[in-house]
Design a protein around this ligand. Sequence first.
Ligand SMILES: [Zn+2]
Length: 335
Amino acid sequence: MTVNKPWGIFCSTCLVMLSPFLSFGQIKDSLSVDKDLFGERIGKIIQEVNAFYQNKRKQELISSSESLRFLEDIKEERMPDKNPPRVDYSNDHWSSEKVNPYRDVKLSTPFKIEFNQNTFTPPVYGDMVITSRFGKRRRGPHRGIDIDLVTGDKVRSVLEGKVRFVGYSRGHGKTVVVRHANDIETVYAHLSAYEVNVNDIVSEGQLLGLGGNTGNSRGSHLHLEVRYKGVCIHPEYVFNFDGSNAIRDTELWVTNGWKDPRAHSSYRPSKVAPLKNQKDAITAQNNEPRYYRVRKGDTLSHIGIKYGLSVRAICKLNGISQKSTLRIGQLLRVR
Ligand SMILES: [Zn+2]
């Protein structure tokens, strides 16, 4: 049997409506006709036929429209040529050996990043549950965003690009790095399996690997980083994860505060106000917190003189007492 349109052989609306009344075998029969077109994806749908109706994590029923969206997503994933790549990706600091090949590059802030489009594709299917954000946390700075998933869930590229790195990295575990237009890179960490190779051109939404718990990870999740020339940027400054799938702007200025995890908490959202020109970015940066790392012999009054602050003002900024003992290496906020 020849099938011209992939979904022409059955109506997905009917399938979703009928599924509760069909036995597993009947559904399998009605879908298996399309097996040549959809291969294992169809197999996945059949296995998870209940997932269209029951959100397993929350034990809640989900609507048929949500399940249809899921089917649409899979259909798009299987048609990566819909948007053929338009861009030559930069070869600058191209390395398939290192997650970050830009260690010799020093970027001064604010700097500009640019996008060729206004929207992105979420890296996971379904509702995005953010479990940890870019910012300070008890275990140290967190330079990405953690998105909940179940091991084996599909992880896909947020934008079209060229795969630069596929491999195991200490901390990140199994990792894929994709370079996009204008030297933006996205990093997908803690994966359980890879579905791409270095130098592959991937379309937006294309499968990169399967989610997991590899590397320094507690429980399955996706750790997603957004980088520009090796510098991690607060992902939510760039991508709006509120369901709109909007890129904040095609031209964004990144201040020190949007690349410094100390300026944010990983436990709560930061207020995002996109900076769209250099002048606004410089003004904003001049008002951002500034930090000083305590050296041997420093006292609060010595640091205060250096930054034009009273001892009381430093203590207030840092929530410490005037009698507290300074540690070498301790970070003090001085603005
Ligand atoms: Zn993380």
